[in-house]
Design a protein around this ligand. Structure first.
Ligand code: FAD
Length: 378
C-alpha cells in the first residue's frame, strides 16, 4: 500500500468531481482525483457542448442555490480567462395557465427574480423563429443561458492540477474501506489512504456503494443536432434557450454552439439502463419524434439530423440531488443523483464539497439533499 496520505481522494472526474478537486486543491488540500476512463470521456453525464444554466425552477431552494452557482461560474471564467457561460435568456412555452409555468413564476417572484409573461405577438416580434398557438403562453427569463459543458470540466481539471491536485486517469476504484482508522480507496493498483473520500461517481455511484442501496435509477438520454435553414437565425445573440411542455413532454433546445446545428432533446422518459452496458447508438425513432416537434414549433430548425449522442441521467425518486456524508462513515461524502439537471450546479457543488471536507459542514443549504429522506430505502 502507498504510504502517501491525502487530505482528500475524489472518485470520478465528471462535472462534480472536477469542480470538487479544483476547490479542494485551491484551498491547499492535498488532493487526488481518480477517474476510471480518460478525462473528457463520453460514457457518463458531463460530456458535450452545452448544458442549460437557469434560475428558472419550481423549487425555490434551487433558485437560491443557483444565485451562488452563477457567481461561481463567473469566478471560474475570470481565473481561467475562458468564456464558459453564455446568457441568452429563455422562453418557457406551456399551455395557458399550466401548473409548471405558474409555479415557476411564483418561485422566481419569491426569490426576487424578474420574469415576464409574453403574448404570442411579443414572442413573434422578439424571436420569429417560434410558432405558437393563441392558447399557449410564454414565460421569458433573461438570465438563462448555457454552459460550455466539456470545457467547464476540462477547465476545472486544469486549474485543479495548477493548484497541485493529482489527476489519475484510467484508474477505477473497486471499493472503499472505511473500517480502519483512516479510510482507504481500493484500486487494481493497490490501496490509497485519505482523511476524506468524496464519491462523485455519477451513474456508477450505486454500484460503488452497493451496500447502501441508494435509490438511484440510471436512464439513457439522447440529444440531437438538426440543420437549420439558415444558421444565422439560430446564433446565441438571436435565439434563446427554450423549454416546451406543450406536447406533455419536456423538450428543450439551444442556439447553435460548438458544432453545426440546433441542439434539441427531451428531458426524461429515458430507458432504464446500466452505465456499463448501455447502448450508445441514438434511436432513429427518437430523432424523427424530435423533428416532428420542431416542424410544429420551430420549422426553420427542423432539417436533417447532423449529429446525435447518448448521455446518462442518474435519477433519485424525487429528482433532488444527494449531497451528504455516508451514514456509516462521516469521512466518506457522497454527491450523486443529479437527476438530469445538475450540471449548472457543478461549480457550487465543488465549493460545497470542499467546505464539507475541510470544515465538516457547508454554509449552503443542502438539507433537501440529505440521504435520510429515503429512510426506508437505506
Ligand atoms: C443529455 C443530458 C442533458 C443534460 N442537460 C442538462 C442541462 O441542460 N443542465 C443541467 O444543469 N444539467 C443537465 N444534465 C445533467 C448534468 O449533465 C449531470 O447532472 C452532471 O453532468 C452529473 O455530473 P457527475 O459528475 O455527477 O457525473 P459524471 O459526469 O458521469 O461523472 C462521474 C464520473 O465518475 C467516474 N467514475 C464512476 N465510477 C468510478 C469508479 N469506480 N472509479 C473511478 N471513476 C469512476 C465516471 O467515469 C465519470 O467520469 C444533462 C445530462 C444529460 C445526460
Amino acid at each position: 500500500m502507498s504510504k502517501e496520505m491525502y487530505d482528500a481522494i475524489v472518485i470520478g472526474a465528471g462535472g462534480m468531481g472536477s469542480a470538487t478537486a479544483y476547490h479542494l486543491a485551491k484551498s491547499g488540500a492535498k488532493t487526488l482525483l481518480l477517474e476510471q476512463f480518460h478525462r473528457g470521456h463520453t460514457f457518463g453525464s458531463s460530456h458535450g457542448d452545452t448544458r442549460i444554466i437557469r434560475l428558472v425552477y419550481e423549487k425555490q431552494f434551487y433558485t437560491e442555490l443557483m444565485k451562488s452557482a452563477y457567481a461561481e461560474w463567473r469566478a471560474l471564467e475570470s481565473v481561467s480567462g475562458k468564456a464558459l457561460m453564455f446568457v441568452t435568456g429563455s422562453v418557457l412555452i406551456t399551455p395557458d395557465g399550466h401548473e409548471y409555468s405558474t409555479s415557476i413564476r411564483a418561485s422566481l417572484e419569491a426569490a426576487g427574480i424578474e420574469s415576464e409573461w409574453w403574448s404570442p405577438k411579443q414572442l413573434a416580434s422578439r424571436f420569429p423563429q417560434f410558432r405558437i398557438d393563441k392558447n399557449q403562453s410564454v414565460l421569458w427569463q433573461k438570465d438563462t443561458g448555457f454552459l460550455h459543458a466539456s470545457e467547464c470540466v476540462l477547465t476545472h481539471l486544469q486549474l485543479a492540477e495548477g493548484h497541485g491536485a493529482e489527476v489519475r486517469e484510467q484508474t477505477a476504484v473497486t471499493g472503499i474501506d472505511w473500517e480502519r482508522d483512516v479510510p482507504e480507496v481500493i484500486t487494481e493498483g493497490g490501496r490509497l489512504r485519505a482523511k476524506k473520500i468524496v464519491v462523485t461517481a455519477g451513474a456508477w455511484a450505486k454500484q460503488l456503494l452497493s451496500k447502501l442501496n441508494l435509490p438511484l435509477t440510471v436512464t439513457r438520454q439522447q440529444i440531437v443536432y438538426y440543420r437549420p435553414t439558415d444558421a444565422s437565425l439560430f446564433q446565441p445573440d438571436r435565439f434563446p434557450i427554450f423549454i416546451d411542455v406543450t406536447w406533455d413532454e419536456f423538450f428543450y433546445g439551444f442556439p447553435v454552439f460548438g458544432r453545426e446545428g440546433v441542439k434539441v432533446a427531451r428531458h426524461g422518459k429515458g430507458q432504464v439502463v446500466s452505465p456499463n452496458t448501455c447502448n450508445r447508438t441514438p434511436d432513429a425513432e427518437y430523432i424523427d419524434h424530435l423533428r416532428a416537434f420542431l416542424k410544429e414549433r420551430i420549422p426553420d430548425a427542423a432539417g436533417e439530423a447532423l449529429y446525435a449522442q447518448v448521455c446518462l441521467y442518474t435519477e433519485t425518486p424525487d429528482e433532488d440531488f444527494i449531497i451528504d456524508a455516508h451514514p456509516d462513515c462521516p469521512d466518506v461524502l457522497i454527491a450523486t443523483g443529479f437527476s438530469g439537471h445538475g450540471f449548472k450546479f457543478c461549480s457550487l457543488v465543488g465549493r460545497i464539497l470542499s467546505e464539507m471536507v475541510r470544515e465538516g459542514q457547508t454554509r449552503f443549504d443542502i438539507n433537501p439533499f440529505r440521504l435520510d429522506r429515503f429512510g426506508e430505502h437505506l
